[in-house]
Design a protein around this ligand. Structure first.
Ligand code: NAP
Length: 370
């Protein structure tokens, strides 16, 4: 049975719900949790607002026929969550103890937070290619964010690595500044959606290098990127063939470019869960229970957004799973409170007596419905 108390060791406050991550999934969860009067704490993490803040225009989010800026959508979402009582703090969770109750989160600044339910909405961060010198030159002409760094490349020839929607979006954005943009893709078929691929293909400054990969980046921190070595193979994925029999057919070419942008997908931010009992899949995603739930294998821990979704990864699906995680967490807290022999109306609150057990939408929580 859980120890459902207001403080941990009689000292530290215990939250009902902590949400790790403030992208679209975390914000959506925060709105729902806050409207349920559970006063969530939202930890903003190292990339506040998540991936949408690095996007220009979002054209496929419901309700914005003209499109909406990624930043704008996030700003409005945060305002909406705050309006209902969500509290935002900057903080990166470095480690978590999810064996006992309440859960314990250790932040990079040394603080420790306690929470009964945990919503993991940490999203995913840009993947790196693994080319020689990328560590040295990331931020010095190599970038994972065209919207952040594109304007530094006026008049340059630049490369975009990748064949998905992100790569197309980066290429289209960069074409506003650069003289030429060459998309380097490891196969001869794009992964991107038809509409994005079509726009890139039709753009007169955007070129494609098929069956090619980035092997090495040339330049220095003083001079920035000056060039790159590309490898190609008629069957694609040339770097895999290096060192094998097929390696003989791998061609190398040095190109002069002033910038290199990665658009090769993302890796889920789940490092802080590695030493916990929460299951992760081979790619580091947080698997959730099959069916329409956001529950993980650890009761009280829920996943939302790109961190649990290797497939759809859309802003609108992240918002959807965020709301699901909030509802799942609320139901779980109610069930826990019942199991603990009381209910939340008995004053078992994260921050003392809030004195109002009605949800903001006027509907009583399940455990209080009778
Ligand atoms: P993605 O769809 O996973 O595409 C990643 C691309 O990078 C693939 O083409 C992949 O090649 C390539 N790649 C992966 N690792 C590589 C490596 N080490 N070296 C070279 N190439 C590598 O990721 P994404 O483009 O970030 O898109 C993620 C999701 O967000 C998708 O659902 C997408 O639709 C969505 N999104 C939508 C928009 C929009 O609608 N405006 C914009 C951005 C993203 P392979 O194809 O060979 O695997």
């Amino acid at each position: 049975m859980n120890d459902v108390t207001d403080t941990h060791d009689g000292v530290e406050p215990v939250r009902d719900v902590a949400i790790v991550g403030s992208g679209v999934a975390g914000l959506s969860a925060a709105i729902y949790v806050a409207r349920a009067d559970l006063e969530p704490l939202v930890l903003e993490g190292p990339e506040p607002g998540g991936q949408l803040t690095l996007t220009t225009e979002v054209e496929n989010y419901l309700g914005f026929p003209e499109g909406v800026g990624g930043m704008e959508l996030i700003r409005r979402g945060k305002e909406q969550a705050e309006r209902f009582g969500a509290e935002f703090v900057h903080g990166t969770v470095e480690a978590a103890d999810l064996d006992g109750r309440p859960f314990e989160l250790e932040l990079a600044n040394g603080d420790t937070l306690y929470t009964r339910a945990l919503i993991v909405a940490t999203g995913a961060s840009a993947r790196w290619v693994g080319a020689e010198n990328e560590d040295e030159l990331m931020g010095y002409g190599v970038s994972t964010c065209a919207t952040c760094d594109g304007a530094f490349h006026r008049g340059d020839d630049v490369l975009v690595i990748g064949g998905g929607d992100s790569a197309m979006e980066e290429a289209l954005f960069l074409a506003k500044f650069a003289d030429s943009v060459t998309v380097v893709h490891r196969r001869d078929e794009l992964r991107a959606s038809e509409i994005m691929a079509g726009r890139a293909r039709e753009h007169e400054q955007i070129y494609f290098r098929w069956n090619a990969e980035l092997l090495e980046i040339h330049g220095s921190r003083e001079d920035g990127v000056t060039g790159a070595t590309l490898v190609s193979h008629p069957d694609g994925r040339p770097t895999e063939k290096l060192g094998t029999d097929a390696g003989e057919d791998v061609a190398r070419e040095r190109v002069d470019v002033g910038g290199i942008f990665y658009g090769v997908g993302h890796v889920p931010n789940t490092d802080f869960l590695r030493e916990t009992p929460v299951d992760l899949d081979d790619d580091g995603h947080l698997p959730t229970e099959t069916g329409m739930t956001t529950r993980t294998n650890v009761p009280g821990v829920f996943g939302a957004g790109d961190v649990m979704d290797p497939r759809y990864r859309q802003a609108v699906t992240a918002a959807g799973t965020g709301s699901m995680a909030a509802l799942d967490a609320e139901a779980w807290l109610d069930a826990e409170a019942e199991r603990a022999g009381g209910d939340r109306a008995d004053g078992e609150r994260a921050d003392g007596d809030r004195g109002n057990d009605e949800r903001a939408d006027g509907e009583a929580p399940e455990a209080l419905a009778d």
